[in-house]
Ligand binder design. Structure first.
Ligand code: ZN
Length: 469
């Protein structure tokens, strides 16, 4: 059959456009309708409100979803999408599928629990407060998951296929190289997803690419440089100082990624005799289960991790206590001697960390260490910016603990690293769309990119639409 119709390729930004969260990109290639990532909006109320708005296109009109990685700001809207009629395949790497079996039901559970607390304490504007989706609804997503391994092209239609590359961000994280064919030939639309950093422990480094016709580049840390600190030395000093004060170190960390990195470094410092062997509690059932996934997914390990694994998984040995039950978690309130508590969620959007902060934030002997990005308007941002009092579960809590931030543990490339990654391209893409960033970071990154590459740099806004030609 001779095709007379011009192939139309379009992209529309359903999220992560001038915001870090809510990653969702709608792609149309000659009538095929794809969604790249399906994230939840988090942070400011105005953003979170978007989770409740009707999806911009009917979910049942989508042919497939392709995921970059398991973090909730990239996947947490899936249960709602399925609830509202999506029935197609959801492609992801095998480790992402593993992680989603933890993260999505947990997200549903948190939605239900937050609604429960809001109703009990009557601090919601809505009466009754409802969950966006339930744990049970979140489990429905899992049967749609179709694992695709790295570097193995997956054909979607005659003129459309994609391939996963290592992103070095968290276990299972991938960049997506989407190939399509239009009247001008074969083209590449490339999604960086969340781009990790090189030379980080545990997983393989991000790959680089030489060609893309269009590039969606993350910009979380646009215009910013991670502290050039020695992570080991910093953690060592912080642990020692907190110990001297007779306090404990509380580290809010996302259950997947940061938690495991923190454990890895603490374990390493103990082994080297640089910090005393003190109890390290990983208090997040999901982080605990993710630990075993990190240990078990041998294919994803970098060289050092593979070497260590020959002896024992460094994430579950030594002084590390993996806390599972609510009773064990509550019992941590009674631990008065110095310890380290690593608990989720990393930006204090929910989870057991809130209970630990409620009981320990007002004690000046303690230290709270932020190791990840805190979105605007989040509780984590308020505390890290120096708020003297915050509200947790409706109760006022004075902030007297020492507050520290360690960006260097970030799982995101900083400005210089993003520029370096882009520097591997042999030719400038026609357009580079900056996504996953707040406007200020994006403008800073745009200015820097314009110095080094001749591509048109675009900062799309929510629902902006572009024809790719
Ligand atoms: Zn991520």
């Amino acid at each position: 059959m001779i095709r007379t119709k011009e192939i139309m390729v379009g992209i529309q930004f359903f999220g992560a456009a001038q915001s870090v969260t809510g990653s969702r990109f709608f792609i149309t290639v000659n009538g095929q309708r794809l969604l790249i990532d399906c994230g939840l909006f988090q942070g400011r109320r105005k953003l979170k409100q978007r989770n409740w708005e009707p999806f911009p296109v009917p979910p049942d009109s989508l042919d497939a979803v392709v995921l970059t990685h398991a973090h909730i700001d990239h996947t947490g809207y899936l249960p709602r999408l399925v609830k509202e009629g999506f029935r197609g395949p959801i492609y992801c790497t095998p480790a992402t599928a593993d992680l989603l079996s933890l993260l999505l039901p947990d997200s549903g559970h948190l939605q239900e629990r937050d609604a429960f607390y809001a109703n009990k304490k009557k601090y919601s504007r809505h009466d009754p407060a409802l969950p966006l989706y339930t744990e049970q609804e979140a489990r429905q997503v899992l049967k749609h998951l179709q694992p695709v391994i790295y570097h193995e092209p997956k054909a979607l239609t005659e003129e459309l296929d994609f391939e996963y590359l290592h992103a070095g961000h968290i276990l299972g994280s991938a960049m997506i190289r989407l190939h399509y064919t239009d009247s001008g030939g074969r083209k590449i639309l490339f999604f960086s997803g969340d781009l990790g950093r090189s030379a980080q422990p545990l997983i393989k480094d991000p790959e680089t690419i030489e060609k893309a016709d269009y590039l969606l580049l993350e910009s979380t840390y646009g215009g910013r440089t991670h502290q050039q600190v020695d992570v080991r030395a910093y953690l060592e000093e912080l642990v020692q100082q907190t110990l001297e004060a007779g306090g404990s170190l509380i580290i809010p960390a996302f259950a997947v990624g940061r938690s495991q990195r923190v454990l890895y470094f603490l374990r390493e410092l103990e082994e080297a005799g640089r910090i005393p062997v003190l109890p390290v509690y990983l208090d997040s059932p999901m982080a605990v289960r993710a630990v075993s996934m990190y240990c078990d997914n041998l294919d994803e390990h970098d060289f050092e991790m593979s070497q260590l694994m020959a002896k024992a998984c460094p994430l579950e040995s030594g002084s590390i206590h993996l806390v599972q039950s609510v009773e064990e978690s509550k019992a941590l309130n009674e631990v008065k001697s110095p310890c380290v508590i690593v608990s989720a969620s990393g930006n204090l959007a929910g989870g057991r960390i809130l209970h630990h902060l409620k009981s320990r934030l007002s004690d000046s002997r303690n230290t709270v260490l932020f190791v990840g990005y805190q979105p605007q308007g989040s509780l984590g941002r308020l505390i890290s910016e120096g708020r003297k009092e915050v509200k947790i579960h409706g109760a006022r809590v004075p902030v007297r603990a020492r507050i520290a931030t360690l960006d260097a543990l970030s799982a995101h490339a900083d400005s210089g690293e993003l520029l370096e990654w882009v520097g591997h391209l042999k030719e400038p893409p026609r357009k580079i769309f900056l996504v996953h960033g707040e406007l200020e970071s994006q403008q800073a990154l745009k200015a820097q990119l314009e110095q080094v590459i001749s591509s048109e740099i675009v900062i799309p806004d929510f629902l902006d639409e572009f024809q790719l030609e």
